[in-house]
Design a binder for this molecule. Sequence first.
Ligand SMILES: [Zn+2]
Length: 333
Amino acid sequence: MRENEIRPAQLMQGQAKAFAADILRLQKQKNDFINVPCPACGSEKARKAFEKYEMTYVACRECETVYMNPRPTPAILDRYYATSENYRYWNQYIFPASEKSRRMKIFRPRARHIADICRRYNIVNGTLLEVGAGFGTFCEEVRRLAIFRRVIAVEPTPDLAETCRRKGLEVIEKPIEQIGPINTTIDVIVGFEVIEHLFSPRDFLHHCAKLLSPGSLLVVTCPNIKGFDIAALQVLSSAVDVEHLNYFHPTSLSRLAADCGFETLEVTTPGKLDAELVRKKITAGELDVSSQPFLKQILVDEWEQVGEKFQRFLADNKLSSHMWLVARKPPVK
Ligand SMILES: [Zn+2]
């Protein structure tokens, strides 16, 4: 997979402009931001990790989760997403232009991956609910596999919810925390790149646990703060941005899931882009590796020979920055 296929360079300029407007709006509300304890373990002990876009990110001294603190309130975040120029731009330009390639490179494999997980844990012919369905491509792909009786897209952003409806998907246009009981048993909840955006991942997971029946699954993906590209690039990483408030790692996310009533079945990091993302920063002159001969060797000098193998090594050893958690609400004994 190449980055340009899923983020077309010529469109990313417009996206950067839309995102800059969103960031400015958020910066103007900084005085209303509030302090929170660690989103994973609840500890108040933290040290400053880095700053970006005038936002402060701290690292928990207990569990090493990194999180934005202070952060926007839930009300500020609701307004931010409802009026985001960035999301409108993605919905209007980037998703349509890159959908074919995203479908083949991201969503079709993702749907198959979910199907495999569900088979592995005996979830058959049930109801799948996707939180943050976005452009609806994953829901379409999973519907195509015909392994679920019902597929529900939860998407609070109005433009995106409308796109999902146009695709004939069943849509709930609300944040999941505001969804009451649903007239069906939910067998699997999936949330791809959602949890890092939330004011309270803990509330989110508690709410998922309430919606799920015993024995059913939760699958979430998010950045791994201990993964290669984020650890190597820090503030230079595009994964570090104003919308990402929470940066877990495999252990801290499992711990939070356990606190919210889930047992962790698997944590994996099947990321494919870490090495390429770091390499790009080096070749663009943004990351200086003149005193890092090993990184230069792998990512520049011997890239053709070892680049792919290095990425595979990262993915296989929970060292990629793209993380998957599969957890289960324990069956009734
Ligand atoms: Zn912590």
